[in-house]
Design a protein. Structure first.
Lengths: 835, 252
């Protein structure tokens, strides 16, 4: 006990003597505790969110979404008879194709939204509602809606709030009646509305049938759903590939985890940087301390302290610092973990309670604590090398016999630079740790900058990583529209730069790989500009196909291979010519129109991509098209009869009927004539060419904007954390170096060196290390960007950006070191000379 | 002869746990160009404090210090460093050579901060080292490979390499044996003969004999002054007696 007390006093004395360094190290440890414990806890918690969503909501695990146009009850026969199925149910859902805008007062949020009735919801999950309103209040509501519990946080809603949902220029107003416990749902957010409201809304948005399935334990989901799809294809009269999507529990768990973990993984990387920095700093400080206090060590040994006791004093010094940092870091760590988990929950629409795994949180903090103790012990053991006599003589290391490096007599320019370089060369080994720290920080900052540069600008992202043509306006046509003639009509507008012909994405099967991909088809890819290949080239001939890097990864395909493609039971071989960037349309393949005609001889383009001249507003141009061609067939089919006179009302009713016939029965041409008295009202579908109009580029921009903002924020946060860590490291380094070289610096000041000159020398000493570190950081970052490109999409690395970032890191490092060396100003020559 | 250093009402105080200790009190002193001024006094009389205040190593608490007519008492620390670089040379009792540099680099560290490197500068350093008995071979040695006397000779060369207007020395022979001490004093004498102004603090009579002016401090004030001929131009015995009488009178 007495011995422990003596060691503790030694440790406390050391902390007191180097207060500022100890505080800085404490701050570094605290940052590490916060980042490490929170990210580890969050990553563990994230894995539990999806199972929790299922168990708490009682929802089905697997879902198949089939377009109402393609759905038939015959599909259920398979589920009825298959003994692998534990239970199943089905219900209709109405969902927006794109994003819906939810307005509450002046606040606007865009969400992926679908609607179901209460009975449908109850067949899918428990539908446990939480509401502060009584039944009477709810019954008075004209259009009540129940939203997922996460909406309270995500959309800032409460019971009784009035919201307006807007899309396709239609708006519906609801009153929030309450919130329910939502399970996993593949179509974004789910709003529960009354059957009356549902019947209103389903006329304006896509209608699908959801088949919810739970399988018995141990059943191979992939095999089951493959068989189910094959069965549906078999019994269906239609091609179901365009309107059939399955979402299995395992895939959902994986996707959710990947989406949720991104932020935590970045935090783990930042924690890694601090861990390395702490290790380097502790080792550097202990080596410096032992050299600096070697005579004191000798005295202590002479007084009877054993080398183990002295080594223990170093370990305890760092454990005390770590303990203080841990105490201060526990609360921010827990709050950060909670924030990361909340953010993850919002990503997957989970609104339940999220608790931190306390045991894991404590273990992660203890791990840091033990790591610090071990690092300190591993280096402090070197005290053993100095028995008292050797210590009194300051160890042999303080005596110089070697040849002078960079002798001053050969100084050509600044003596300060030469002295700085000598300082660097005198401590090359000590600089390795610093080099590692700056390299890691450089990698983190450069990756942040590269990603922010590549993904931070929505427009740029869309043009490089979308894997899809981004027309200002996309028009689908109906009826007997001759594609080339209509394209010519559109191109005759002065505002139009060009028109590309394509078709709604068709799904084709890659036979040898058991995989389905959707097809993008163009006459000539020479005119496409945002389908960018990472390797090879785009298809030019009718026997060629290209695919996204994602699809290539899934199907394990290489450029030059031949694939057998099936469409409508016709099979043909195609040569793979290249891979395309895509973070949006991962499972896509690309063919020429001629190529598709080989397996679908009746193919003819029915979509027209309009690219407008710079400065032309897409919405204004769409209005011009409406002036000429009238409302779109889709809009017409959903509109109500209008008109002041009988004739106008008759014409309006006839147009609605013709539109519905074209959409629902595939009618290509109709004409009518109605005689009322002497008047004959007649018309035809000759002008009803446009089925629908969409604003592809604007829709994608809206979707990607949030994603880009997240990347920008992450990049900034990453850079700030790195800057703080590097600044702390350099401050500790400079403080330790100044303490170690107090005498030399005092002498230099005495013979006429100014504090600023000496600060410059100190800062210049780390420049060679920083240059090497930044160079390593740059190479690794560019290589990592290459690796990201291999699995995701092309990351355009601008050498100029890398060089500018490198220069910024170097300048920052220099100024942080210069600032860290300001303690030189406190060195009093007089005190040194008279001590 | 002109006055090279002058103090007006110079005060220097130190605070020690709240207690003010007044080491130099309202001192008026003039040091003449070309003089070898020796400052003597009992321990704690303020000798070293005065030396460092005169040389710009430390700032006075009150009063002024004029160097060549220029008031240096309000200079910032960095301006004082530039002032010392261009005007002063220092020889310390503890020598304070830079351990990680060889002899020649120790000299050039001081020289290169004031002047650009040139073959003449290196030659001058080597000539000066040679004049104090440090040969070319020893130039490559590190301080821990030299004797105390050799180190102090290197220290003197470092102090004079920039042709300082005043050479300040604080007990330069304090840590040396008798023989080495005499060698070092010989160098100071030669420097004085060549016209170098020297201000030296000592409590050693043999050392004080080398000066042509001895001022005696007591409780932070000049209480006595002795003027003598240049060392070597008068009878050494008589000189010793005069200094002895003066010091006895001062209560030495």
């Amino acid at each position: 006990m007495v011995e422990m007390n003596r060691i503790m006093r030694l440790s406390l004395a050391k902390i007191k003597a180097n207060k500022k360094e100890s505080i800085l190290l404490g701050v570094l440890v605290m940052i590490c505790v916060v980042l490490f414990s929170s990210s580890v806890t969050a990553l563990s918690g994230i894995g539990k969110i999806t199972p929790k969503m299922v168990s708490e909501s009682g929802c089905y695990e697997n879902t198949v979404i089939i377009s109402q146009k393609l759905y038939t009850d015959m599909f259920l026969m398979f589920l009825e008879e298959d003994e692998r199925v534990e239970k199943y149910d089905h219900f209709p859902v109405a969902s927006y194709d794109g994003l819906a805008t939810v307005k509450k007062g002046d606040e606007e949020t865009t969400v992926t939204l679908s609607f179901v009735t209460e009975s449908a919801e109850r067949s899918f999950e428990n539908f446990e509602v939480e509401t502060e309103l009584c039944d009477e209040e709810i019954s008075k509501m004209a259009h009540p809606v129940y939203l997922e519990r996460i909406s309270v946080r995500k959309l800032n809603l409460k019971e009784g709030d009035e919201i307006t949902v807007e899309t396709n220029e239609k708006s519906f107003t609801f009153t929030v009646a309450g919130f329910y416990n939502a399970g996993i749902w593949p179509l974004g957010s789910k709003a529960i509305i009354t059957p009356d409201d549902y019947s209103q809304i389903e006329g304006y948005i896509s209608r699908d049938e959801v088949i919810a399935i739970n399988l018995k334990e141990g059943v191979d989901e992939t095999a089951f759903f493959k068989e189910f799809k094959a069965y549906c294809k078999e019994v269906s009269k239609n091609d179901i590939s365009k309107g059939y999507i399955d979402f299995t529990y395992e895939v959902c768990k994986q996707t959710n985890s990947i989406n949720m973990s991104l932020m935590s993984i970045i935090v783990v990387c930042m924690a890694g940087l601090t861990v390395i920095s702490i290790m380097v700093m502790i080792r550097f400080r202990i080596v410096g301390d032992i050299k600096d206090q070697i005579v004191s060590i000798g005295v202590l040994e002479a007084l009877g302290y054993t080398s183990s006791q002295i080594a223990s004093s170093y370990v305890i010094e760092y454990m005390l610092i770590a303990a203080a940092a841990v105490i201060l870091g526990v609360v921010p760590g827990a709050l950060t973990a909670k924030a990361l988990l909340k953010n993850a929950a919002v990503t997957v629409n989970y609104g339940g309670n999220i608790s931190i795994d306390v045991a894991l949180f404590v273990i992660s903090i203890l791990a840091i604590f033990l790591f610090i103790a071990f690092t300190a012990y591993s280096k402090a053991r070197s005290v053993r090398k100095y028995p008292p006599v050797k210590a009194f003589r300051k160890g042999i290391e303080t005596h110089h016999f070697k040849k002078s490096v960079l002798p001053l007599e050969r100084t050509k320019s600044s003596v300060h630079n030469r002295l700085a370089l000598r300082g660097f060369l005198d401590n090359v080994r000590g600089n390795i740790g610093l080099c590692v720290c700056i390299s890691v920080a450089s990698i983190a900052v450069l990756i942040g900058v590269i990603l922010a540069g590549a993904l931070g600008n929505s427009q740029k992202v869309l043009m490089t990583v979308c894997g899809h043509q981004l027309a200002d306006i996309k028009i689908t046509t109906v009826g007997a529209v001759a594609p080339e003639d209509f394209a010519g009509e559109l191109e005759s507008y002065g505002e139009v730069k060009r028109v590309l012909l394509t078709a709604e994405a068709a799904g084709v099967e890659i036979i040898d790989r058991n995989s389905t991909v959707s097809l993008d088809v163009y006459d000539d890819y020479a005119y496409t500009d945002s389908i960018v290949v990472t390797s090879g080239r785009l298809p030019e001939h009718d026997n060629e196909i290209a695919m996204t890097t994602g699809a290539a990864g899934i199907t394990k395909t290489k450029v030059g291979e031949t694939l057998t493609i099936e469409y409508n039971k016709v099979r043909m071989d195609y040569i793979v010519t290249g891979f395309v960037n895509s973070v949006v349309n991962v499972n896509t393949a690309y063919m020429t129109s001629a190529g598709l005609k080989r397996i679908s001889p009746t193919y003819r383009p029915d979509s027209f991509e309009i690219y407008l001249e710079d400065g032309v507003d897409a919405k204004d141009f769409a209005e011009r098209l409406e002036e000429k061609y009238g409302k779109t067939v889709v809009d017409l089919s959903k509109s109500e009869v209008t008109g002041e006179t009988l004739e106008e009302r008759i014409r309006s009713a006839a147009e609605i009927k013709m539109a519905k016939a074209m959409l629902e029965s595939g009618v290509s041409y109709m004409e009518y004539a109605i005689t009322i008295g002497d008047t004959t009202i007649e018309s035809s579908t000759s002008l009803m060419k446009i089925e629908s109009v969409s604003f592809v580029k604007a829709d994608y921009m809206e979707m990607l904007d949030q994603f880009c903002v997240i990347f920008k924020v992450l990049s900034v946060v990453l850079s700030i954390v790195c800057a703080i860590v590097v600044m702390i490291i350099l401050s500790i380094l400079m403080e330790s170096t100044i303490r170690k070289q107090y005498r030399e610096l005092g002498i230099m000041k005495g013979i006429g060196y100014t504090s600023k000159e000496l600060m410059y020398q100190m800062a210049m000493r780390i420049v060679p290390t920083a240059i090497v570190a930044v160079a390593i950081g740059s190479f690794v970052s560019v290589a990592l960007a290459g690796a990201i490109e291999m699995v995701l999409a092309k990351i355009a690395v601008s050498i100029a950006t890398v060089l500018i970032t490198d220069a910024a890191i170097l300048a920052f490092t220099f100024f942080a070191a210069y600032r860290g060396a300001k303690k030189i100003k406190n060195i009093s020559v007089y005190e040194l000379m008279t001590e | 002869m002109n006055a090279i250093l002058k103090t007006e009402k110079l005060c220097k105080s130190f605070s020690n746990e709240g207690n003010m200790q007044h080491v130099i009190k309202n001192m008026d002193l003039t040091i003449m160009e070309g003089d070898f001024t020796v400052i003597m006094g009992a321990s704690g009389s303020g000798k070293s404090t005065l030396l460092y205040a005169l040389s710009g190593m430390d700032k006075p608490t009150l009063g002024k210090v004029f160097f060549g007519g220029e008031d240096i008492s309000d200079y910032s620390n960095d301006k004082l460093a530039l002032f010392r670089r261009n005007n002063c040379g220092f020889v310390f009792q503890s020598i304070y050579l830079l351990e990680n540099m060889n002899v020649l680099d120790n000299i050039l560290t001081g020289a290169l901060v004031a002047k650009k490197n040139s073959p003449e500068l290196v030659k001058k350093a080597k000539d000066l080292l040679s004049s104090v008995g440090i040969d070319e071979k020893m130039c490559k040695k590190y301080p821990n490979q030299l004797s105390g006397g050799e180190c102090q000779r290197v220290g003197i060369v470092r102090a004079v390499i920039n042709d300082p207007k005043v050479l300040f020395a604080d007990e330069p022979t304090g840590s040396l044996n008798s023989s080495s001490g005499q060698d070092v004093l010989g160098i100071f004498t030669k420097l004085h003969e060549s016209g170098q102004s020297i201000v030296m603090v000592t409590h050693d009579i043999k050392t004080a004999l080398r000066g042509n002016r001895v001022i005696y401090l007591k409780d932070g004030n000049v209480v006595g002054e002795l003027k003598m001929e240049r060392f070597g131009t008068d009878d050494e015995k008589a000189r010793r007696e005069r200094l002895g009488d003066f010091l006895n009178e001062m209560g030495w």
